[in-house]
Ligand binder design. Structure first.
Ligand code: AMP
Length: 511
């Protein structure tokens, strides 16, 4: 007679097999899109806005390289132009830009990490509402998108994309309020997760940030024309002046006469906290966040890392580009020499999201070459901004050893990433996160380094001038390190519940 445990295991295996078969045969449900994006908008420009919007998007290209779009309004009609690829490959053409007319417009640059990368998912989205047109661009991920989408579909709404951002358009269009700003205000309480939104109507540009302020949105002026962007680096490129950050839960309504009206849609939250990954990895180093230069903040992470985990070495080197400021901070703090152990090739494209581990590893090698003249016979410390799957660090240790490095030490200028992000930073699932599955010593062994150390969570807060971490009111959304998510994760909880119920009923059926 098989034991109870064996029967249970066999039932579980049959359940998993059935699930696999179902996953293969079932019609594909739209998968939640995980997006990294940049948004930009302006109203009341002295000339046509499209060229300036394209430049703004170009400055935000690091936030998304897959596709871009620009929607403008010329006083009579809306124009909406979208293309796959880099901003420069489509929107720097005189011919294209001259056809997107009007003094006001918004733009979006996008990188989706799962499915749905076709043109129909490229923003801005546009809808003709009963009181005029609405163009909308969104950065961030919603954590109840599937739940809302299912509800809306059951109520008869038709979706044209698989992007969670379309939910904004649907909710705004069905609101009974009169003006579009009021309709937006009416819609947002149903939405959970991260959003920095820019909307364009026939008479206003509207910017909104979610109540927690997870994704960034900044306000500026180009002459008298109000400008909104994900990051201040976009203002630098077009010569706009930075005014201030849009506050968590705030809506700004900007008009062509230069006026800016502010409405606090959600009361100022005690748990407002922007995403710490913008500071660590995502934002351009020359951007300013909360009045601090991101580059300087990253140098401070490196200096703090040096205080926590110094190591005797001959060369302190960044993994370019992400590790550069932290390596400078580390070298300054320890008075050791900073040098480039790796030279970056600029034509390799992104390595992070490749479908297979093999391709990711090849990508790393194409992108970074060992600088033999610097590393041969030397003790090298490599500084990076993060370890996610461990692909980069493993490959680079091997490359440096082959180039003759005597010792290879790794120092990581952020704490171990233990939890996935659900708010618009591209992260794999928990199973693939190196630090979620192995101890620091096991990771060191896996990547083959002589030593490995991560920055502590409190050290990160100290470096940002906020620490140590206040567990009741952390200054940042730091869920990737702590597992403390700043919003409900409704979709995820529902999926877990469904999986549990199905598994239990299957076990009951087969026992
Ligand atoms: P991995 O090789 O998987 O350990 O990833 C770590 C490398 O990817 C580091 O060099 C980071 O600069 C970079 N990285 C970290 N987070 C992200 C992200 N969300 N998207 C793209 N690259 C990232």
């Amino acid at each position: 007679m098989p034991s109870q445990d064996t029967r249970l295991l066999a039932a579980q295996r049959r359940f998993l097999e059935r699930e696999q078969r179902r996953a293969i045969s079932a019609p594909q449900l739209p998968r939640a899109l995980n997006e990294e994006c940049g948004v930009f908008g302006m109203i009341g420009h002295t000339g046509d806005a499209a060229g300036t919007i394209a430049l703004g998007l170009h400055a935000l290209q690091h936030r998304g390289q897959e596709a871009a779009g620009i929607a403008t309004f010329d006083g009579e009609q809306f124009y909406n132009e979208k293309a796959l690829g880099l901003v420069s490959s489509h929107f720097m053409s005189e011919k294209v830009v001259s056809q997107i007319k009007g003094n006001s417009g918004i733009g979006h640059t996008r990188y989706s990490t799962t499915g749905g990368s076709g043109l129909r998912n490229v923003q801005p989205f546009y809808a003709d509402l009963d009181r005029g047109g609405l163009a909308l661009a969104h950065n961030g991920n919603l954590t109840n998108a599937r739940t809302l989408r299912t509800q809306l579909i059951r109520e008869g709404r038709i979706f044209h994309t698989t992007s969670d951002s379309e939910i904004f358009v649907k909710l705004i269009s069905q609101s009974r309020r009169l003006s579009i700003p009021e309709r937006i205000m009416d819609s947002l309480p149903a939405i959970e997760g991260a959003y920095a939104l820019i909307a364009m109507t026939h008479d206003a540009m509207i910017g909104v940030r979610d109540p927690v302020g997870i994704r960034p949105l900044v306000l500026g002026k180009l002459g008298d024309a109000p400008v909104l962007a994900s990051e201040t680096c976009a203002f630098d490129l077009i010569g706009a002046d930075f005014i201030r950050e849009v506050q968590p839960g705030e809506m700004v309504i900007c008009r062509a006469d230069g006026s800016i009206e502010s409405r606090q849609i959600f009361p100022p939250q005690s748990h407002a906290r922007s995403c710490v990954f913008e500071l660590i990895y995502f934002a351009r180093p020359n951007s300013f966040i909360e009045d601090e230069c991101v580059y300087e903040l990253r140098k401070r992470l490196g200096a703090q890392l040096a205080k926590e985990s110094p190591v005797e070495a001959d060369v302190i080197s960044p993994i370019p580009d992400g590790g550069v400021p932290a390596a400078i901070g580390y070298a300054n703090e320890t008075h050791q020499s900073y040098d480039m152990a790796l030279i970056r090739g600029h034509y390799a494209g992104r390595t992070f999201i490749q479908p297979t581990q093999e391709l990711r590893e090849l990508g790393v090698a194409r992108k970074l070459s060992p600088n033999k003249g610097v590393v041969e016979g030397k003790r090298v410390v490599l500084i990076d901004d993060s370890i996610v799957r461990g692909t980069t660090s493993k490959k680079l240790t091997r490359l440096l050893r082959r180039a003759g490095a005597k010792e290879v030490h790794f120092r990581i200028a952020c704490p171990p990433i233990l939890w996935p992000d659900y708010y618009g930073i591209d992260m794999p699932s928990r199973e693939e996160l190196m630090a979620a599955n192995y101890t620091v010593e096991e990771i060191r062994e896996h990547i083959g380094a002589d030593s490995l150390a991560f920055l502590s969570v409190d050290g990160m807060y100290e470096a940002f001038g906020k620490g140590p971490r206040d567990p009741e009111r952390p200054a940042y959304s730091d869920h990737c390190f702590t597992g403390k998510y700043p919003t409900p994760l409704t979709d995820l909880d529902r999926l877990k519940q469904v999986a549990k119920v199905e598994q239990l009923s299957f076990l009951a059926e087969t026992s």
